[in-house]
Design a protein around this ligand. Sequence first.
Ligand SMILES: [Zn+2]
Length: 234
Amino acid sequence: MKTEAVVLRSIRYGEADRILHVYTPMRGKLSAIAKGVRRSKSRFGGRLEPFFRLNLELHEGRSELMTVTGAETISAYTTLRADERALNGAARACDSLGRVFDSGEPHPEVFNLLCSALTLLDQNPEKATDEFQVAFRLKLLLAAGFAPQLAACASCGEVEELVGFSPAAGGVICASCEAGSFELDGETHRFLTAALASSLAQTPSADRRVISLADRAVSETAAHHGQVRFKAIA
Ligand SMILES: [Zn+2]
């Protein structure tokens, strides 16, 4: 088969091989072995490294592990690759994606989200902020169908006096429904709403306290509704 793919992880295997974890638009997350890739004369060159966007040719054998038979670079994201912040940001985004979308289900919109995140970090390495990570995770949750409800009380629908966040209810909570919730102030509520609604490039900035509270809302929602454990952001 032929597919576009982004390399999420590339693990040394044996003397000269690599095992790749890649994300594809129509087959979700796949694993494939690239043989002889660490020899200096490998026809794959250095392109089977994390965050390369590739056109891959894969041979599907009987095992779950496919074999890479061809690879062409679509984008190497060379600026990202030369910037430690951006590299770290890309690694964290790929880690988050792999935790929410761990299967072979098709999610072309998630593939596009990943490519736009990599393009953004390549063009603006300084965008690799904690706010960016929270916004990226919110968009993953949206694609997975469990984005937090932010417009009205997740329990009763009230739109005024939203004072808390309930991971179990899956969103913000009003003063009369606050059982099982933690306090969420207006500033953090506005940050979450803006981060979910805007493009990654337009992610608003926020102070440490807001980021940490927003991270808690996102992480606990993911844990409660998707059995997903994100790594701590801050
Ligand atoms: Zn309520």
